[in-house]
Write a protein that binds this ligand. Structure first.
Ligand SMILES: [Zn+2]
Length: 170
């Protein structure tokens, strides 16, 4: 059973989920060529655990939406994987797992586009996370152990995961 810790929005989540969430943002940024300084998770006794990716301001709505959506999508996948493994109990995730800050960013970008564009970008974010599970897991592990992953560390993990995928033909 994973440890459930308070998240900054008051929900209880395993720290692995936060790590996957942040790693999801980082991997989407790497896949789309968006620069960032570092990705972190921090634990505050009052605020709980939270994380972030410090990145360059990007005025491309598609990239912004996909990077913002990739975090909650990666976190949701990890949460589903974890609850499947809780011994002796059958749990399911009800409703959406999302983050209020990311949702604000996503809503701001999507306000200017039509439904078709919105659906296309959503599908692109889901597909990106689905094909980058290895890279996300690798960066999430680094985050859980060291709390801070630099752009270069994340890039190295991302590139290593692409090589493995090519060799194994996945
Ligand atoms: Zn996020």
């Amino acid at each position: 059973m994973p440890d459930f810790v308070p998240h900054n929005d008051g929900t209880l989540l395993p720290s692995e989920v936060i790590a996957h969430h942040e790693a999801g943002h980082a991997v989407a940024a790497l896949a789309l060529g968006v620069n960032f300084d570092q990705v972190t998770i921090t634990s505050d006794p009052e605020l709980g655990i939270s994380g972030g990716v410090i990145r360059e301001v990007d005025d491309n709505p598609r990239r912004n939406v996909i990077v913002a959506m990739a975090g909650p999508e990666a976190g949701r996948l990890e949460l589903e994987r974890l609850i499947e493994r809780v011994p002796g109990r059958r749990l399911e995730l009800v409703g959406d797992y999302h983050d209020a800050c990311d949702q604000d960013d996503i809503d701001a970008e999507l306000a200017c586009v039509d439904d078709q564009q919105r659906a296309a970008w959503t599908a692109e974010a889901v597909a990106l996370v689905g094909t980058q599970v290895e890279a996300i897991a690798c960066i999430a592990t680094l985050l859980v152990t060291s709390r801070e992953v630099s752009y270069l560390q994340a890039k190295a993990a991302f590139e290593a995961a692409q090589t493995v995928a090519e060799v194994s033909g996945v």
